[in-house]
Design a protein around this ligand. Structure first.
Ligand SMILES: [Zn+2]
Length: 260
């Protein structure tokens, strides 16, 4: 028997990171968090009793009421930067946390030697497999990190379908989730993702306690360079930062007042 709706109501935060880096320039402000802030955020999660779960567990929970540990959250990284391995991995290991990384196959490093320049380097397979061994999950971000909404059907099938085959072969594990590069997708792209055998996909705004309205639009909360620990805690609770949360609440209020 499925648990009652009341039992299943909790918002599971899904966080989105890209790079963990000591310096940031204007172009990267949205895509970079300092190692110090990242360590503080992970320590805060541990102190609050959070446990990391994977996206499959998240969908099982909302679809079937499957049990999840108390205070669950999902942590994701996009693109597969080397700093996910060199900086985020050891920090998260300290707290027993794991994450999901969305890899763009053709961006990965093919030389296994450690990159001399860490900033814009990507991971190589030995690092990925070591993290997988430690409980991290790897899913698809396509082949070349292209905007899916601008592609022909054949190009979509290659980006979405072939990336899944290639990653499955290298990882030896099912690759069940896709992540839309640049957060851009439409119904046609979603259909191809589904047809290629994925169980779900990340994209769109964060969801509430009822879970994602669409398995192929699992919204995430992006953590930014300038986020204080208070802002991070607020985002964990509400999904959005102060500004967008207030804007959303005002929108709801306005709709309610107009419908009276
Ligand atoms: Zn990306």
């Amino acid at each position: 028997m499925l648990p009652s709706r009341e039992d299943t109501r909790q918002r599971i935060p899904v966080l989105l990171y890209h790079r963990i880096d000591t310096e940031v320039d204007a172009q990267w402000r949205s895509f970079c968090v300092s190692p110090q802030n990242f360590a503080d955020q992970m320590r805060w999660l541990a102190h609050q009793g959070f446990t990391t779960i994977h996206l499959g567990q998240l969908l099982d929970y909302y679809q079937h009421g499957s049990p999840v540990p108390s205070n669950p959250c999902v942590i994701t990284f996009d693109d597969g930067y080397f700093c996910n391995y060199s900086r985020a991995f050891p920090i998260m290991q300290r707290h027993g946390f794991h994450a999901t990384v969305f890899l763009a196959c053709n961006l990965l490093r093919y030389v296994p030697a450690k990159p001399t320049e860490e900033r814009n380097s990507f991971m190589a397979w030995p690092e990925i497999l070591q993290m997988q061994q430690a409980g991290w999950a790897f899913h698809s971000h396509g082949l070349d990190h292209r905007r899916m909404t601008e592609l022909t059907r054949d190009e979509l099938l290659a980006e979405i379908g072939i990336s899944r085959q290639r990653l499955t072969a290298r990882l030896g594990r099912p690759v069940d989730f896709f992540c839309y590069p640049f957060n851009q997708f439409n119904a046609d792209v979603q259909k191809v993702v589904r047809a290629c055998g994925y169980r779900g996909a990340c994209g769109g705004p964060p969801f509430d306690e009822n879970g994602p309205a669409d398995d192929y639009a699992i919204g995430r909360t992006e953590i930014l360079w300038g986020d204080s620990l208070e802002q991070f805690a607020f985002k964990m609770k509400h999904g959005l930062g102060y500004y967008f949360h207030v804007k959303k609440q005002l929108g709801k209020l306005k709709r309610r007042l107009l419908s009276v």
